[in-house]
Every structure is written in structure tokens, then in C-alpha cells.
Design a protein. Structure first.
Length: 277
């Protein structure tokens, strides 16, 4: 059987997102999650994960674009970050310091290194940021204990402007840089959506994604599940409805059946790293 990382993004965004991800982890429906450590919820919500510690991968969701990142002083809008990074207008020293700060925030609370590093809105592979990410991982951790880095490289079959833009912002460059620094990395990405449709539509899309993943070792399926949290942060979450639909899809019996049908098992690490272990 082939393996697939099923990673739920945005842990600690708000209580509803964290509760939804935790429930899926407890049900064995995901194999990893990525935490937003700039969130004021991170320290509390990390404790919720203790019951699934060792059963799923828990990684750093590097954050440059959330309101918390903006308030911290390094953050900005996604469009501005894209422009400044493409034109080399970000101080690499400050970037590296912020990457280290977020890794420190993760480790202080979790009391262990992250299992992987990715980025909110795929910023881990942007110009000016990807080098800081790879070098931080290389320099902070022993070779055989390094977190894997998520390369947001949409599979070739995933067409459209959004997959093209994600790849354009640095997928190939990060995929080449990571092995040169002996940093493990994923190979491909599936799960890109327009955040429309219901749970059954997500499952139908997932059937296609799984067929692509089966043919592409080292694939990560990203997802954004969540429940309604009942706090003010839900109102500012532009994809709150889509999160609930994804949570319902991943909770549905059809999800593990689809994995079995395609001969896939979930892993907290990409196939290449799992084979090294």
C-alpha cells in the first residue's frame, strides 16, 4: 500500500477549528495537523492534543498573514507579502529571526520540535522565506531528527489559476533547496479547493485527489476542517462554512472507504521520510 499525509491546517485558529481537528485525530481520520503558534489559543489548545500525541504529526504552520502576525509586527496582507518577497524587499535577517521565534513558540509549548513545517497560505515557499525555513531546520535539528518541510507543489493534474499561483510562488525552488541542505520534504500537494460545495462534493473531489496521490509518492492532502466554535473569531473566518463541510466529509464513513479503495494508508510523514525511519 502507498502512504499519504492527510494534514489539517490552522490548528489553534479558533476553538471550533481546534475541536474539529482534534475530533478527527481521535477518530483516525487525519494523520497530521499544523499549528498557528502566533494565536493566543495555541498554549491552551496544545494541551487538547496530548491525547493524540504520537498518533498524528504536529507541525508548525508558519504565519505571516494573520491578524496576530500583523499585531506582532512582522505580518502583512498576503498580496503585499507576495509582492515584497518576489522583488526581494524583505530583510532576510528579520525573516530568519521570525522563523526562529515561531519555532521557539512551538517548542516552548509542545516541549518537542515540530514534526513538520509548512505555512499559512503556503508562505513557507515564498522567495526570501524559503531559505530561512530550510536553513533554520538544517541548523536547529540533528540530521536524522529534522522536521520535514511541506513543498506546496500541486500535482500536474490539478489545473487552474490557484494551483498555478501556489506553485509559482516557489514550489520548485523549495523542492530543489531542501535536499541540498539535507532537509526532508514532501513531493506533491492535493486538496486545493475553492471552498464551495458540501461534504459529498468534497468526497467526490477527494476520490480524484486520492487517485493522483496513489501515482505520486510523497503527497500531502491538505484540508481545513473545523466545527462552529461559538466565539467571536468564527465571524472573521471567511471559510467557516467550508470548514464545517470538510469536517463532515472527513467524519463520513465514505472517507476511510475511499482511502481503502485507492490502496492508501495515512502517515504523519511523506513516503520518502517514512522509508528512512
Amino acid at each position: 500500500m502507498s502512504s499519504l499525509v492527510v494534514c489539517a491546517d490552522d490548528y489553534a485558529l479558533n476553538p471550533g477549528v481546534s475541536r474539529g481537528i482534534l475530533a478527527l485525530a481521535e477518530q483516525g481520520r487525519i494523520s497530521a495537523t499544523s499549528a498557528m503558534v502566533c494565536s493566543p489559543h495555541w498554549a491552551e489548545h496544545a494541551q487538547w492534543l496530548q491525547g493524540v500525541r504520537g498518533r498524528i504529526g504536529v507541525g508548525l504552520h508558519l504565519d505571516w498573514t494573520s491578524p496576530w502576525a500583523v499585531r506582532a509586527g512582522h505580518g502583512m496582507s498576503l498580496n503585499l507579502l507576495m509582492g515584497l518577497s518576489l522583488f526581494g524587499q524583505i530583510d532576510p535577517v528579520r525573516v530568519r529571526a521570525e522563523v526562529d521565534r515561531q519555532l521557539d513558540l512551538f517548542e516552548t509549548v509542545w516541549q518537542a520540535p515540530p514534526d513538520h513545517v509548512d505555512g499559512h497560505q503556503h508562505i513557507q515557499q515564498f522567495p526570501m522565506l524559503r531559505r530561512a525555513v530550510v536553513e533554520a531546520v538544517q541548523q536547529r535539528y540533528p540530521r536524522h531528527q529534522r522536521p520535514w518541510v511541506h513543498v506546496s507543489q500541486p500535482v500536474a493534474q490539478q489545473r487552474g489559476f490557484k494551483p498555478w499561483l501556489i506553485a509559482y510562488m516557489g514550489a520548485s525552488a523549495l523542492a530543489q533547496m531542501a535536499p541540498r541542505k539535507e532537509v526532508p520534504a514532501s513531493q506533491a500537494l492535493v486538496g486545493i479547493t475553492d471552498f464551495k460545495g458540501d461534504a459529498q462534493q468534497w468526497l467526490r473531489q477527494a476520490d480524484t485527489w486520492l487517485s493522483w496521490a496513489k501515482a505520486t509518492p510523497g503527497t500531502v492532502l491538505m484540508c481545513h476542517p473545523g466545527q462552529i466554535g461559538g466565539d467571536a473569531s468564527d465571524a472573521s473566518d471567511g471559510i467557516a462554512r467550508a470548514r464545517v463541510q470538510e469536517w463532515q466529509a472527513l467524519s463520513d464513513p465514505g472517507w476511510p472507504q475511499a482511502l481503502q479503495r485507492h490502496g492508501l494508508i495515512m502517515s504523519p510523514r511523506p513516503l520518502a521520510q517514512a522509508e528512512m525511519a
